[in-house]
Design a protein around this ligand. Structure first.
Ligand SMILES: [Zn+2]
Length: 184
């Protein structure tokens, strides 16, 4: 469906989906356990606790997604939680204390056992499954032997433009990263 939506439609649907998820998962105060109420100002997307005053705003979780290049090839991998035929890019949530570049380096080291250099921002995409913003980067291989972690990542390999496997769907930032590389 992503590929058929305009950016404006995607933004609206994303926002609605994230807000519904946020409302469903913030019915009680995380501090004192009382039932939450909507903020008195309807323009304010917030719940407020009538007992302790705790304010809860929608939570958006940043995740990084990275196209790693090595010469004229890119790194693709098969993840255990996707279908077996789907190859995709290294991706993962940003952890507390990290900046985006830290998360890029850690995810690649964890999932593929390699080091990268020249990390470069590409673009971002709201990803309401349930409440993520995907932040896209490119990076160049620096060192190490490509080794999938065997748990989250079952298989990984380098692919050139003429021998790509089935790649992520049009409309996803993963596909945008791959298309920007193969149709420069
Ligand atoms: Zn409370």
């Amino acid at each position: 469906m992503l590929s058929r939506l305009t950016p404006e439609e995607l933004r609206k649907i994303s926002a609605e989906r994230m807000l519904v998820h946020w409302q469903e998962t913030n019915r009680f105060c995380g501090t004192c356990g009382a039932a939450m109420m909507r903020h008195a100002n309807p323009a304010e997307n917030a719940f407020v606790c009538p007992v302790c005053g705790y304010l809860a705003y929608p939570k958006i979780c940043p995740a990084v997604i990275v196209l790693v290049t090595k010469g004229d090839k890119i790194l693709l991998q098969r993840n255990s939680h996707y279908g077996l035929n789907n190859w995709t890019l290294v991706a993962g949530f940003v952890e507390p204390g990290e900046n985006f570049e830290d998360a890029v380096r850690r995810e690649i080291a964890e999932e593929a056992s390699i080091e990268v250099k020249d990390i470069c921002y590409f673009g971002s995409q709201s990803w309401p499954f349930p409440s993520t913003v995907m932040v896209g980067f490119r990076a160049e291989y620096a060192s190490g032997t490509l080794t999938p972690d065997g748990e989250e990542v079952l298989k990984s390999d380098w692919f050139d433009k003429d021998h790509l496997p089935e790649i992520p769907h049009p409309g996803s930032i993963a596909r945008q990263l791959i298309d920007a590389w193969r149709f420069p």
